[in-house]
Structure formats: structure tokens, C-alpha cells
Design a protein. Sequence first.
Length: 322
Amino acid sequence: MASRPRGSRPLRTLLAAFVVTAVVVPVSGAARPAAVPAPTPKALAPLRSAAPGALAERYAVNREGIRAAERMAEGHGDRARAGVLREMAGPARQFLFFDGRDGGRTTEVYGDLARAERIAVLVPGSDTHLDRYARLRSGALALQRELGGRSAVVAWVGYRTPSTVSPDVLTPGRAAEAAPGLRAFVGAVAKLRPTARLSVLCHSYGAVVCGRAAPGLDVADLVLFGSPGAGAENVSALHTPATVWAGRGDDDWIADVPHGQLQLPFGALGLGADPVAPEFGARVFAAGPGGHSDYLTPGSVSLRNLARIVSGQAPSEESGDA
């Protein structure tokens, strides 16, 4: 009997997972957060100044947009969504962008962007939308506190994130849609703060987005953590001048996800090679014992090392092992 090609079993497993989710999702998809209506956001001119006054004006415009979305959610009868939006509209919140439609698109600043010398753009993964935004906010706040003064963290939810239980999470389609927006946003931040050290931190499916956007990202570091893949076979295929880092917690279930990619008639299935594998070529940093949602937990090894990378320092307990 002929031997099986190397790696065929993980790819067959991936195909089986796709078939299962394709069957399950039509039953479970009815309760998606995109069902809550929201107004069309006010058109904003490109952000060309990082002066405090210009930023404050933009924050105020988006605050009014969030309040309008809150009123619409309340009228729709979704008190939970209205409550989330009420918190988002607080006077201390700093949104560069807000669109409450289709589950929500947001860009929130933590820290003082006008004076930041170190800026981290945080790109989240699946199931990140308005109803689950608190988890991202907690992580962004923890990272900004770990970085300390003269730093800013920008939580970028600029794309329609896939559901964890959906066919979309097994393909790079959503990432391809998101990549141009991420490139444009990071480019705008680089022009606003040209002397700041800029890093992009990509969690879970967000790493696929970053992989697609990588050739157009002029940043110091591209950090993939809890990543199922970056849509590429190795660092060279990302075509980026940035230092590429990868980390995975010891208890992260993403380690069991099959890696690789199949080209099928409808498109690509799979998210590429494992970023922490030696052959991928990333600089692997220690992420501690945590699970898939623990990378930005206060006091964790992963949070400390992410902050060190953003600051231009070598991560502690750095590991070259997969």
C-alpha cells in the first residue's frame, strides 16, 4: 500500500471540522449579535493630527454615535446591548472609530496617543463583537498598565470577526476582507506618531488578519499569540521587515488545531503553518502556563513578555522551543 503524504491526516481532520461546522452553524447562527440595529455612523475626515484637541474632538463625535446606538438598541428591546453601549459612552472612553452595525466595529485608545512613545495595536480574534467587548477591554487595559507611561494600546476591531463555531473560522476569507483596513489604520497611526515605536499584536484569528496585512505594515514588531496560523508557511512568506514573534500558552487548546492549508474549488481551507514551529522561523517567546484567553491576564508571563516586546526589550524566559 502506498504511504500517505506527510501532513495529510491533519488536513483531513481540518476538512472534517469544516463539514461539521457547516452543518451546525445554520442551527446556531440565528442569535448572532449582528441582529441588533444601529445607526449609520457620521462620516469622519481622515485623522491627520495627534494633537490632544483633534483627538478629543474625534472622541466626542464617536461618543455621540455610541449614544445613538444605545438608544436604538434600547428601542429594539436589547437591554444587554444598550448597557454595553452605555458603558462605552462614558466620558473617559476614547474611540477613534465606532460603527454599531453588524455586530460592531470599534477602535478604542487606552492611554495618551498624543504623547505615546510606544504604541501597540491589538488585533483580536473570533467572537469579538460589542456583546463580548469587555474581555478585549480588560486585556487592553492590562497591557497599557504593564507598559506604563508614554505608551498607548489601540484595540482595533475593524473587521467582521468570525464565530468560533463556524466555517469562516477555518478559512482566511474574513482575514482577506480585514487586511486592507488594518494596513490603512496602522499606516495612519504611523503618520500621526512617526517617532513612536509601533507594534501589532495579533491574537487567535487576528493572527490570520495580520498575516494577510503584513506586507503593508511598517512596524517594528508583528506578534502572533494563540495563533492557529498566519496564512503563510513561514516568516519569509509574510514579506515583512518587522521582527516576527510567536508565543503559545502551555494550556492553549489552539495547539491541537490542525495546521496547513488545502486549496479547494471554493477557496482555501486552513490557516497555514504553526507559527511557533521552528520551521516557521518566528522568534518564539515564553507565554507561560495559561490558556487561549489568558495572554493578557495581569501578572502573567505572557503579558509581561508582550509588554517587553512592545517596549523594544528582549522577552524574559525567551524560548526557542515549539
